[in-house]
Design a protein around this ligand. Structure first.
Ligand SMILES: Nc1nc2c(c(=O)[nH]1)N[C@H]1C(S)=C(S)[C@@H](COP(=O)(O)O)O[C@H]1N2
Ligand SMILES: [Mo]
Length: 495
């Protein structure tokens, strides 16, 4: 290997590093302008990855990694996007290095233009593309300047100078993006909303068991699960919902019409079929809702077998029409407009059923004559039915009088929770736990708590719920795939 070979390799490595930095700055630039919205350059890449990933891989990620799988997917998408948007800089840097000042300037602008085009092709969003182009221009501009700068404090060889300058540019772009990320988070506990919702939430708070560390009856931190790393942002003014398929005539409603329809406040709990037995993907909120069925009647939908709910994120779930008869359209959560993460402006709530058919960002209800598979059923899940009964154990407190306090939530969909039983000797003997008074509606969880004098040795605490039909939660343990976890939660407690 002769010297020119080595220097050529160094040059290629240097160019690649600058290109990757330019691509990273393009991603950061886009983020700085549009934030974590569907216009962000990474969003379409992440979406394509998630939706084309084989079902078995997604299921493995969900059961092994939980939400971490989605974060990994996002990270991969960031890497791919940065690499892709870095390609023009690979050419741009070569051209700039080999030409005069004017040529270098032209190469920088040309590269930024190419990134602008690529980003625009991905997002069809001018501002996002401009941010990406800006990031690239910054990095390449700094690199080109560093090449020509007569600055003895910088490394003398152009590769190292270039990489140094490119890194500085990326850090700068990342800094701007970071300011946005920090500015975005609200934080703090919000005051109660006014009116009926506020009153109901206040009552629910008072009704919550006084147990340190236990999530109150109206969740403070409601879980989110969906197929998106970047949620759709649906314009409330533009939004509409249409009943289609096997109907006499299609019917469309907009948000204004929905808001004028007689609504009510209802507590509804949700639980994800993909969560672990003692997981945290189960929560309760107060929703402002209207019934779905009048819309279907208006459309003249005969008694077909099934419906398919479709959403702005191209998510779709099918289930028996019968389940829709209790179905609700929700447009406020805990007295405020539905948050984007929970399906703004309107989501479906299908009481008693697994979370996945509670379609967010709802846009279409298609009436079907034949059963079909939904998004998750195509990937092997059976998550369209009623939820399994569960009692979770989330809190173990040592009280000042020496007793131990265990507590959690129990949920059995519209069957309701009748009692929760606790064993502190591994299932030999059982006692009834204290339960929170039931919330006014049917599809809600209850809190349970139990205090006892602990034995001197480690012991297994087991919990199980009995539903409103008198059925004891089954003991047999299964994982979440394919139809939700079952079994009794057991925790070893050390005194
Ligand atoms: N449009 C859309 N709706 C969706 C999903 C989704 O990916 N896209 N995920 C479903 C799943 S799997 C669950 S568990 C619930 C969770 O609702 P939440 O995020 O408000 O808790 O939303 C459901 N609705
Ligand atoms: Mo879910």
């Amino acid at each position: 290997m002769d010297g020119s070979d080595v220097s050529e390799r160094r040059r290629v490595a240097g160019d690649a590093a600058v290109a990757l930095a330019a691509g990273g700055a393009a991603v950061a630039g886009s983020y700085a302008i549009v934030g974590f919205t569907p216009e962000f350059v990474v969003a379409p890449v992440e979406g394509t990855l998630a939706r084309t990933m084989p079902g078995a891989v997604v299921t493995l990620a969900i059961t092994l990694l939980g939400s971490l799988g989605q974060q990994l997917n996002l990270l991969t998408a960031v890497g791919l996007t940065a690499a892709g948007l870095g390609v023009p800089a690979l050419v741009g840097r070569r051209v700039a290095g080999e030409s005069g000042v004017g040529g270098a300037l032209a190469a920088t602008l040309g590269t930024a233009g190419a990134v602008w085009l690529l980003a625009w092709a991905l997002t069809v969003a001018l501002r996002s593309a401009a941010g990406a182009a800006g990031g690239t221009a910054l990095v390449l501009g700094l690199t080109v300047a560093a090449d020509r700068l007569d600055a003895p404090q910088l490394p003398t060889d152009t590769e190292r100078r270039g990489v140094l300058a490119a890194t500085a540019g990326t850090v700068l772009a990342g800094g701007v993006a970071g300011t946005r990320a920090l500015g975005g988070s609200g934080g703090g506990r919000r005051p109660l909303p006014s009116g009926e919702a506020g009153e109901l939430i206040r009552e629910a708070r008072e009704q919550s068991l006084d147990v340190e560390g236990l999530e109150p009856l109206v969740s403070r931190d409601f879980y989110t699960v969906d197929i998106n790393s970047v949620d759709p942002s649906v314009d409330a003014e533009e939004w509409s919902l249409t009943v289609t398929g096997a109907v006499d005539q299609e019917v469309t409603v907009d948000l204004e019409t929905l808001r004028e329809t007689e609504s009510r406040e209802e507590f509804v709990s949700l639980r994800c079929v993909g969560e672990s037995l003692n997981g945290r993907k189960m929560d309760t909120a107060l929703w402002t809702v209207v019934d779905v069925m009048p819309l279907l009647e208006q459309a003249g939908a005969p008694e077909e077998c099934c419906v398919m709910l479709r959403a702005a994120d191209e998510f779709y779930e099918e289930f028996p029409r019968e389940a829709l008869e209790e179905g609700l359209l929700a447009y406020r959560m805990n007295g405020r407009d539905l948050p984007r993460a929970h399906g703004a402006p309107v989501r479906a709530l299908i009481p008693g059923h697994w979370g996945e058919i509670n379609v967010k960002w709802l846009t279409e209800i298609e009436v079907l004559e034949e059963p079909a598979d939904g998004y998750w059923e195509e990937r092997g899940w059976h998550g369209t039915g009623p939820v399994n009964t569960v009692a979770k154990l989330h809190v173990t407190n040592r009280l000042s009088d020496g007793r131990i306090e265990v507590a959690g939530h129990a949920y059995a969909g519209t069957r309701g929770v009748e009692t929760v039983e606790v064993s502190t000797d591994g299932g030999e003997t059982w006692t009834e736990a204290e339960l929170s008074a039931p919330l006014p509606d049917d599809d809600v969880w209850r809190q349970w708590a139990h205090r006892y004098d602990p034995p001197d040795a480690p012991h297994d605490v087991v919990v199980r719920a009995v539903d409103g039909e008198g059925t004891v939660q089954p003991q047999a343990e299964t994982g979440p795939f394919p139809s939700g976890p079952t079994g009794w939660v057991t925790e070893t407690v050390r005194p």
